[in-house]
Ligand binder design. Structure first.
Ligand SMILES: Nc1ncnc2c1ncn2[C@@H]1O[C@H](COP(=O)(O)OP(=O)(O)OP(=O)(O)O)[C@@H](O)[C@H]1O
Ligand SMILES: [Mg+2]
Length: 317
């Protein structure tokens, strides 16, 4: 089983004109953590939003499961309507639901997502119950059985979820599993650069990131030199999977560099591109497919999710 750990969120998505980015003082194409008041303010500026289960690692678990892989999700929700919506989406996908409830009076996390005409997504996350995820919430029996534990870097933003992340990785490694991390967002890498680097060197087997995140990790402005630096300094990492947007992906594995073109599509909403890419690739790893085959499923999965609004596409894959 591949266990994904992350912030449990419901997305509220709305398409906007480019000018709204400035009007609402949004940080375009990034994920920004917001407080409840700001979250409510942004929601009140949506006219006709689509509500749907989301969250980076949860999207990945969802899609691994939809592809026919075996996945589970650990995250924290509240006992409210959003929590119910989140959980029923996980259940529908057939994955192992390891979500836990927050007892304190708190709302399930919510991500206000604005989609501009270029298909770019701008996310504003109120973590709610999710930020209380802690070591006690981990299902150690399931972690022991996991082949891969996949964690989103966003968890690093709060001390208790970061502790849970570190503990899960350690436990999984001790019991013979592999660890994977998604670097999540440039802002996340910027804030946690040194501890990310240390953690990757000590405990990580698969690194998923996009170009900007990789360059931010090494404070470099050239992807080639970041890749070179990675090759020279991260011998413990089995694979680096660095997505390149419409250019596809660059993969470092077995001391070789591979690149694969993206699947042609018309981009409606980029939300979930990285999450679905990771899901397709992890599915390939689970099924012991070749790097070529895994990358193909991953590129197709990403192209599929970005061709519709939101992260639960309706058309057949
Ligand atoms: N314009 C595009 N056309 C086709 N495929 C694309 C396009 N943009 C992204 N993709 C697919 O999505 C994958 C991930 O995209 P990208 O490198 O932009 O990741 P990201 O920035 O992490 O995405 P996200 O918006 O989900 O955070 C790419 O490797 C590719 O397969
Ligand atoms: Mg991403």
């Amino acid at each position: 089983m591949i266990i994904c750990i992350g912030n449990a969120l419901v997305d509220s998505l709305e398409q906007i004109e480019e000018s709204k980015i400035n009007e609402l003082n949004l940080n375009k194409a990034r994920m920004t953590l917001v407080e409840k008041d700001r979250s409510n303010f942004l929601l009140s500026n949506m006219n006709n939003p689509v509500y749907e289960a989301g969250g980076s690692a949860a999207n990945t678990a969802y899609w691994i499961s939809q592809l026919g892989g075996e996945a589970g999700f650990i995250g924290k929700i509240s006992n409210d309507d959003l929590g119910e919506q989140f959980q029923s989406s996980l259940k529908d996908s057939g994955l192992k639901d390891l979500t836990v409830f927050e007892d304190a009076d708190n709302q399930t996390g919510l991500c206000a997502i604005f989609i501009t005409p270029d298909g770019e997504r701008t996310m504003n996350t109120y973590l709610g119950a999710g930020e209380h995820l802690s070591v006690e919430d981990l299902d150690n029996d399931e972690l022991e059985k996991a082949e891969i534990v996949y964690m989103e870097g966003y968890l690093w933003d709060k001390p208790s979820s970061k502790d849970a992340f570190l503990k899960a990785a350690k436990h999984n490694k001790e019991t013979g599993g592999k660890n994977a991390i998604s670097l999540s967002d440039v802002f996340c890498v910027d804030l946690h650069r040194d501890s990310f680097i240390e953690f990757i060197k000590n405990d990580i087997d698969y690194v998923f990131c996009n170009e900007d995140e990789l360059n931010s990790l090494f404070q470099s402005d050239s992807t080639n030199s970041s890749i070179q630096y990675f090759i020279e300094n991260f011998h413990n990492v089995e694979q680096l999977i660095c997505t390149l947007g419409p250019e596809g992906v660059l993969i470092l594995a077995n001391d070789e560099e591979y690149s694969f073109r993206a699947t042609d599509t018309i981009v409606k909403d980029k939300t979930g591109a990285g999450d679905f890419f990771a899901a397709g690739y992890l599915y390939g790893l689970q099924k012991k497919l070749s790097i070529n085959e895994s990358a193909e499923i991953a590129n197709k999965s990403a192209a599929y999710v970005i061709s519709e609004i939101g992260v639960r596409p309706k058309k057949t894959f």
